[in-house]
Design a protein around this ligand. Sequence first.
Ligand code: FMN
Length: 163
Amino acid sequence: MYAKWISEELLCTAVPYEELKEVKISEYDLIIFGSRIHAGKVDGFRKFKRQLEGNTTKLIVFATGATPAKAKDVIDKIWKSSFSKEELSEIPHFYMQTGLNYERMRAGDRLIMKALAKVLRNKKEKDSEEKGCEQAIKNSYDISSREFITPLIDYIGNNKVCQ
Ligand SMILES: Cc1cc2nc3c(=O)[nH]c(=O)nc-3n(C[C@H](O)[C@H](O)[C@H](O)COP(=O)(O)O)c2cc1C
């Protein structure tokens, strides 16, 4: 959803990751890579970086996840686990909250979530983070909102990245 909103706002092409091979990256001034967060990391980012090798095209990253946007410490940890120190300072990166969708989830992921729910349910003494997590993963929900793309759009506007 966020990729669609960003491409509408910037009037740029949105390409699904599977079709990246058909794109000549060097022809673009800027690439915005967007992915979900999976087990504390930006899913597919390392693989994507390997495909970028040798290119000097400017890169921006956005990641979607179930973590509340106000949980800055958790989100910082995610960026630190996904990026090298150099990437952390060089690549502009943005977090956009989404949610969880059990209906669209791959079978393997659904099993992971079930296992996590069971661990949390059976744990006797839960801290507030664990209690929050237990509630948050009970049902599907989606709080994606177009306004969450604003920091990324503003960054591009203010830094004239595409000139
Ligand atoms: C197995 C699994 C692990 C996940 N791990 C995280 C996580 O560590 N942090 C987080 O914020 N969201 C996590 N999520 C939530 C996904 O990032 C979220 O559902 C996704 O961004 C939704 O995007 P989509 O609608 O494009 O699938 C996880 C989801 C699944 C299914």
